[in-house]
Design a protein around this ligand. Structure first.
Ligand SMILES: NC(=O)c1ccc[n+]([C@@H]2O[C@H](COP(=O)([O-])OP(=O)(O)OC[C@H]3O[C@@H](n4cnc5c(N)ncnc54)[C@H](O)[C@@H]3O)[C@@H](O)[C@H]2O)c1
Length: 249
């Protein structure tokens, strides 16, 4: 039987309609959490609810909308009785030659990957503080190394890394932990949707592909469950790589 580290706990997971967010929502639910999942994609979040046999509360919300983030947190607290864990998982990616990236692509990526976690954390922290709660952000190896043709994404994940460390420091004297996971390639829709721009130099891409192939969403979900649980009570401000060694050398 799976350990039950989240019995009596409530977790709000963004991006719960696919990939790592879905795997995390299902993992925490299997360990006893009551899970409130949000996603911008109605079909995705509906499927997650179905996969949980109706146990996960699924809500359609866009993390780039600050009012929607506030509403989601308030609704979660009202329906599930509080909040112990915030998982900022929703994210998007595109690849482009830097000078060909459109302003629309750039602003949308920053809105989802950076503003979303900020809005969610702002809304959630007052509730998390009441219950010795914690935040787990999904950063990326892209936040720890430079990536050709991926400049905006890499910048956005660098911001998630520093959001994690800086929030950890702001609340270091209060009962809130803030950590991040930095995966490299994980087999999800996000990766399937990546289109390389024309005329890329693959020598520049090789360092962030690595040697061990893609991880599975559940690999990241298991690490998330550890970090969000009391087992990781000594961890805050940590950026934990689960990347098959991509950032090792
Ligand atoms: N897959 C990888 O290789 C990989 C590697 C490192 C980091 N990550 C990060 O992991 C996180 C999860 O990615 P994934 O691989 O599971 O991708 P995914 O595409 O499978 O899932 C992302 C989910 O986020 C949702 N989403 C997108 N924009 C949203 C918005 N504005 N509001 C609410 N939901 C929104 C999508 O609908 C989707 O369901 C992302 O932050 C991503 O950057 C992924």
């Amino acid at each position: 039987m799976t350990s039950q580290r989240f019995t009596g706990k409530v977790a709000l997971i963004t991006g719960a309609g696919s990939g790592i967010g879905r795997a995390t929502a299902l993992r925490l639910q299997s360990e006893g959490a009551r899970v409130y999942g949000i996603d911008a994609n109605p079909a995705g979040i509906e499927e997650t609810v179905t996969l949980s046999n109706g146990a996960v509360v699924g809500v359609v919300a866009d993390v780039t909308d600050q009012s929607a983030c506030k509403r989601a947190v308030a609704d979660c607290v009202e329906r599930l009785g509080g909040l112990d864990v915030l998982g900022n998982v929703a994210g998007i990616v595109f690849m482009a030659h830097f000078t060909e990236m459109t302003n629309e692509q750039y602003l949308r990526l920053m809105a989802v990957n950076v503003h979303g976690p900020v809005y969610m954390a702002q809304a959630a922290i007052p509730h998390l503080l009441q219950r010795n709660g914690n935040i787990v952000n999904i950063a990326s190896n892209a936040g720890l190394m430079g990536m050709a043709y991926n400049v905006a994404y890499s910048m956005s994940k660098g911001a998630v890394v520093q959001l994690t460390r800086s929030l950890a420091m702001e609340y270091i004297k209060q009962p809130l932990r803030v950590n991040a996971i930095a995966p490299a390639g994980v087999a999800t829709n996000l990766v399937k949707g990546v289109v390389f721009p024309d005329e890329v130099d693959f020598e520049l891409i090789k360092p962030y592909i690595g040697h061990r192939g893609a991880a599975q969403p559940d690999d990241i979900a298991k690490l998330f469950a550890y970090l969000a649980s009391d087992d990781a009570h000594n961890m805050t401000g940590s950026i934990v790589s689960s990347d098959g060694g991509v950032t090792a050398g």
